[in-house]
Design a protein around this ligand. Structure first.
Ligand code: SF4
Length: 259
């Protein structure tokens, strides 16, 4: 049996979705939330009980079996792929095929770098949320551990996704003192000029992780970033702990199945 890099699956009852997490990533972002905590943080403190010793990789054949049990017992409508980097998994296209075979809406959360390699296996109508860490090549390189040139591949892939009948969402993080409101405005301008003004942009709040000195932005700083991005794009969303409340219940599916 072929192993994926999937190590964690959680179920959200409010929208009947699973969040499928991949262990590995081709970036090494300074602000990656997984530097502090490996498991789905929406799953709460129980995740810490899992510990690193519980990490095991799921065989691709087992993914379909597990999802069919979830569908039968709880109902299942969508699958969110994240992590980690889903597109860095050599079995990514097989995983997407399994979701497609079950008529699940697929949402791919990605750093965008490998999208040109896998875009043709993502079903039309799927949501692809591409995170652009910074519009400045040097900041991008410093934050991600990649080269400055790699930013251009990510940006080219935004246009590629939009041209393939996929639902592109862009995302970035407001990091005071690093990726500021002015940087986010430049990113919004780039998206408006090179993709289109209707492309959604999500501005996430930076959550401090170990070994970085950046702080969490205030709600005023988030609102300023939104207002500046809205000069260029029609659909700008702030995703932050100030405004978002947990929805419904979250259950562990893998490594320990709930049923
Ligand atoms: S691309 Fe995402 S998962 Fe990968 S290191 Fe960066 S923040 Fe973490």
């Amino acid at each position: 049996m072929a192993k994926t890099t999937i190590f964690h699956i959680t179920y959200y009852d409010y929208d009947k979705s699973v969040y499928i997490q991949f262990l590995t990533c081709n970036f090494s972002c300074l602000g990656c939330i997984r530097r502090g905590y490996l498991w789905d943080h929406h799953y709460g403190n129980e995740g810490s009980l899992l510990g690193k010793s519980r990490v095991e990789l799921l065989e691709v054949e087992k993914l379909g079996e597990i999802l069919k049990i979830v569908e039968r017992e709880l109902g299942l409508q969508r699958a969110v792929l994240g992590g980690g980097e889903p597109t860095a998994d050599p079995l990514f296209c097989k995983v997407v095929e399994i979701l497609s075979g079950m008529n699940l809406e697929a949402v791919v959360l990605t750093n965008g770098y490998l999208l040109d390699k896998v875009v043709n296996c993502i079903p039309k109508g799927s949501i692809v949320e591409v995170s652009v860490k910074s519009i400045h090549p040097q900041k991008f390189a410093m934050y991600t551990g990649r080269s400055a040139d790699d930013l251009y591949r990510v940006l080219r892939n935004l246009m590629l996704v939009a041209s393939k009948g996929l639902r592109l969402i862009t995302e970035t993080i407001l990091i005071p003192g690093f990726n500021n409101a002015g940087d986010i405005e430049l990113l919004a301008k780039y998206i408006a000029e090179h993709v289109n003004v209707d492309t959604p942009l999500i501005i996430d709040e930076y959550v401090p992780v170990p070994k970085t000195s950046w702080r969490r932005p205030t709600i005023e700083e988030l609102n300023e970033a939104r207002q500046r991005a809205e000069k260029h794009l029609k659909n700008v969303i702030v995703r932050s702990s100030y405004t978002m409340k947990p929805k419904g219940n979250v259950y562990l599916v893998f490594p320990k199945q709930i049923i």
